[in-house]
Design a protein around this ligand. Structure first.
Ligand code: GLC
Length: 437
């Protein structure tokens, strides 16, 4: 049988996912009712909410505006290529119709499998479909509580014996993951969350789990949060396909211990919370998002940007507006993103550089004179164009360059885009590489 964990198999499997570069993370569950800032999906743990208290949200969850077709259209319009939805978060509530629990959307006023509708809608828009699944479970009676670092009932004597039959929880977890892998057609991404303390790797029976997943779906892309060491050259079977830096973009991308680049995806919120928060208005601007997306691409990584739909099922208006603006930029400039990665040039002063096999893309955010000087370009450049409108930019040496040249480093000059365009969508210059004959 093919070794699905060989270096080659791992690298090959990740290529289509890494070419996509941009995805939508969706954190949605009954925690969108309390909608508390800086707690959101963690409210049960942070406020030590009991199962009984939390039950009100289960009893009243009725997302009458849930229309995942709208979400999918928005993701597509923003230029996103895939999505990942929280099928179950740490609170244990399942958006899907699992036969192994009653704690699911089907039994709330929503009355149906909300994951199925998401899958159908996103697939119909041609987007890849991903499932987030929490390894933690604050609802399951066999998940450790008293000594656990995060459980809402941590330190509560009444829960001292909970978790003694952890093997029953493991069976539950495996069964649910199997359901998710079998009942919804071919799933593109599986996003486990997360390992901590001794709750890591084989504690989840992770090798068995991932073997089962890959038997059903050999191509699925899995994140690295079951545990193990993704930087190792011989990683554990369960380690997953990509690193998942959270709320940060690594300074130099992600590499293994030999210094070779490995796949990664930065997961970042649009405001300051994953789940819906009634009062969190700390949104990034569309420009911030584009900057992050280019930064990730220029460092060989993906960006999965989060939205937190409210209890009615609406993605907050502000998020919609930002994503639409990002989409406008993407509709003109996505060529600098999809299938692109880091270049062989250092990060320039004017912004960032991405590269495909055919071109360099100069993302200009910080420049205001007539020409950009680019040193040490090894490839022969055929022409320079403004990506947003396809118009030519001259590559002539400025007439006075000889008075100012320093040393004999090879340098090419590219005309700066019109300033009025530079400030809006026109900040990508494409340098087409001359094909070798
Ligand atoms: C964290 C949090 C969680 C969020 C996730 C996304 O591990 O526990 O609430 O879903 O990161 O990356």
């Amino acid at each position: 049988m093919e070794n699905l964990n060989s270096k080659e198999a791992r690298a090959k499997r990740a290529i289509p996912f890494m070419n996509d570069r941009f995805g939508m993370f969706i954190h949605w569950g009954i925690y969108s009712i309390p909608a508390r800032e800086s707690r959101s999906e963690w409210i049960r743990s942070v406020d030590k909410v009991t199962t009984e208290e939390y039950q009100t949200y289960f009893d009243t969850f009725n997302p009458t505006n849930y229309d995942p077709k709208k979400w999918a259209r928005l993701a597509k319009e923003a230029g996103m290529k895939y999505a990942v939805l929280t099928t179950k978060h740490h609170d244990g509530f399942c958006l899907f119709d699992s036969q192994y629990t009653d704690y699911k959307a089907t039994n709330t006023p929503a009355g149906r499998d909300l994951v199925r509708e998401y899958v159908d809608a996103f697939r119909a828009e041609g987007l890849k479909v991903g499932f987030y699944y929490s390894l933690l479970d604050w609802h399951h009676p066999d998940y450790p509580a008293f000594n656990d670092a995060h459980h809402p009932m941590r330190g509560n004597e009444n829960f001292k014996h909970q978790g003694e039959h952890f093997e029953r929880y493991i069976e539950y977890l495996h069964n649910q993951v199997k359901e998710l892998m079998t009942n919804y057609g071919k799933i593109d991404i599986l996003w486990f969350d997360f390992h901590y303390d001794d709750m890591t790797g084989e504690k989840w029976e992770a090798t068995k789990l991932v073997k089962m997943v890959r038997e059903i779906n050999p191509d699925v892309i899995i994140d690295d949060r079951l545990g193990g060491d993704i930087k190792s050259d011989t990683p554990e079977y369960f380690v997953g396909d990509f690193g998942s830096p959270e709320q940060m973009i690594p300074a130099h991308g992600l590499t293994n211990y030999n210094g070779e680049p490995i796949p990664w995806e930065a997961c970042i919120t649009l405001n300051g919370n994953w789940g819906y928060s009634q009062r969190d208005a700390n949104y990034k601007s569309a420009r911030n998002v584009i900057n992050m997306l280019v930064e990730c691409t220029s460092k060989g990584g993906n960006l999965i940007l989060n939205v937190g739909p409210d209890a009615k099922g609406n993605i907050p208006e502000k998020s919609v507006a930002i994503l639409k603006e990002v989409g406008e930029w993407m509709s003109l400039n996505s060529e600098a993103i999809y299938g692109c990665s880091f270049s062989d040039l250092p990060k320039p002063e004017f912004g960032r550089i991405t590269k495909s096999k055919d071109a360099y893309y100069l993302y200009v955010t910080d420049h205001c004179s007539e020409h950009i000087a680019l040193f040490d370009v090894k490839e022969k450049i055929k022409c320079a164009t403004l990506l947003c409108d396809g118009s030519k930019l001259s590559m002539e040496e400025p007439w006075n360059v000889h008075s100012y040249k320093q040393g004999d480093r090879p340098v090419i000059f590219v005309q700066t885009p019109p300033f009025e365009k530079l400030n809006s969508t026109g900040n990508v210059i494409k340098l087409t590489i001359e094909k070798q004959k």
